[in-house]
Design a protein around this ligand. Structure first.
Ligand SMILES: Nc1ncnc2c1ncn2[C@@H]1O[C@H](COP(=O)(O)OP(=O)(O)OP(=O)(O)O)[C@@H](O)[C@H]1O
Ligand SMILES: [Mg+2]
Length: 295
């Protein structure tokens, strides 16, 4: 190699290193910042078999205690349903896991090592926690396929990646997710034309594109037809084992279908766990009947 070529190579390398350092140091909380931090955070450790620990967390809003020393643990691959009356703190709990709300006290960890309270919302999403809000937020003007393609970038703000060339592996992944969410035949349809239930499935598919370890689903079947609700239960059951799922729902028939008579259900009330156990057992728990199911 000639000296001038070596010099040019060294110059480019220095410029590249400078760009990389600048990207890692951004305070934007953006994609590059998140990647930089994750290298430092390290990989979550699931060897203890636990995906999520919520440990004694409390949150107050203007003196009102929305969460009161709440503790629970979700196993790797577990599908856990969380039920409880309006205002029990179910959504606030998800807000604390995803970094939207910071608890006043307590701990939240992902696997046995990652302290989620030290990470930003984008970092938490990046590290493998996907969240589905009640209202579907798909890009209505794009096709089903394009929505999934966009989700591959891992950050919905990064629209520049749209319509970039996909690798064979990425195409396979989109095909696989289309099958999982029962939208294979609708890949080219405009998302805005889908039914409410199909939009919900598409949004779940968008989360799946990131292959999250843990999925948080807040009232996923609200507004769905009975048939859509049943298919959603089948979808979640097909995800169980591959991902951990935390499902908040008021629809007891749906919860019954998900728990199959053998899984633990957690009942929240006034920001704490009121009862935990099989649905058939908690349904007959006097306190649960009084505050929730008996109404
Ligand atoms: N940002 C906030 N500011 C003030 N109060 C809040 C805030 N977020 C939640 N709350 C209050 O905290 C309590 C718990 O609310 P949360 O939304 O977590 O309940 P939930 O169990 O999800 O209820 P639902 O079943 O109706 O969705 C409620 O009394 C709510 O009004
Ligand atoms: Mg809620």
């Amino acid at each position: 190699m000639t000296p001038d070529l070596m010099e040019e190579g060294a110059r480019r390398l220095a410029a590249y290193e400078a760009r990389k350092a600048a990207a890692v140091n951004t305070e934007s909380g953006g994609r590059s910042a998140a990647y930089g931090r994750i290298a430092k955070i390290g990989q979550p450790d699931f060897t203890q078999g636990v995906a999520l620990y919520v440990d004694d967390i409390s949150v107050s809003f203007d003196g009102f205690r929305a969460l009161n020393k709440l503790s629970l643990a979700i196993d790797v691959g577990e599908l856990r349903c969380i039920i409880g009356p309006n205002g029990a703190g179910k959504t606030t709990m998800m807000d604390c896991i995803t970094g939207k709300t910071r608890p006043d006290s307590g701990k939240v960890s992902f696997g046995s090592t990652i302290d989620l309270l030290r990470l930003s919302e984008p970092e938490i999403a990046q590290i493998g926690i996907g969240r589905k809000f009640q209202k579907p937020t798909v890009y209505e003007d794009l096709s089903v396929f394009e929505n999934l393609e966009l989700a591959l970038s891992g950050d919905r703000r990064v629209r520049a990646s749209l319509f970039s060339r996909l690798s064979g592996e990425q195409l396979d992944r989109i095909g696989e997710v289309l099958g999982t969410i029962h939208l294979k035949g609708d890949a080219q349809r405009t998302a805005g034309l889908l039914s409410h239930g199909q939009k919900q499935w598409l949004e779940i598919g968008m989360l799946l594109m990131q292959d999250p370890k843990l999925l948080l689903l807040d009232e996923p079947v609200a507004g769905m037809t009975d048939e859509e609700t049943e298919r959603t239960a089948e979808l979640f059951l097909s995800l169980e084992g591959k991902h951990s799922l935390v499902v908040v729902e008021h629809d007891m028939k749906f919860v019954d279908q998900l728990t199959q008579g053998r899984k633990t259900v957690t009942v929240l009330h006034e920001g704490s766990v009121l009862a935990e156990g099989l649905l058939s057992v908690v349904q007959n728990n006097e306190k649960v009947v009084e505050v929730y199911l008996g109404r």
